[in-house]
Design a protein around this ligand. Structure first.
Ligand code: DGP
Length: 110
């Protein structure tokens, strides 16, 4: 999608260091962190929101949560509190489905 900020990041139009990249998703730190660790897991495909998820996205969603699991291990979050937040409706500011992984000290609500 032309004007989507996450699509522009994924296409390399906005330079961004990815913490992880696979054929279906990228991971990078949130620009405005709400916790000590605040990573965004973003599917490469432009899926607008939770309501746009279809059966065909099942493998992608599995890979999202597998990625979360390895990020939890990599960042030593397993024995601490961590949260995965998926915003929807008016709480979602970027209209491209994404998952927030928040760990460590919580500063504010995403
Ligand atoms: P949400 O409210 O769930 O749609 O959150 C969107 C998040 O995306 C918000 O926490 C800030 C983050 N964000 C927006 N634009 C950029 C950007 O250009 N770079 C990075 N790293 N994060 C961004």
């Amino acid at each position: 999608m032309k004007d989507c900020i996450f699509c522009r990041i994924i296409k390399g139009e906005i330079p961004k260091q990815f913490d992880f990249e696979s054929d279906v998703l990228v991971v990078f730190p949130d620009i405005n962190p709400s916790a000590d660790i605040h990573l965004l897991i973003v599917p490469k495909q432009h899926i607008e929101a939770i309501e746009s998820i279809e059966k065909e996205h099942a493998r992608l969603l599995f890979e999202v949560y597998q990625t979360v699991s390895s990020l939890v291990a990599k960042n030593n979050l397993k024995d601490n509190f961590y949260r995965v937040v998926v915003n929807g409706g008016k709480a979602q500011h970027v209209p491209h489905l994404h998952f927030h992984l928040l760990g460590g000290q919580w500063k504010k609500m995403v």
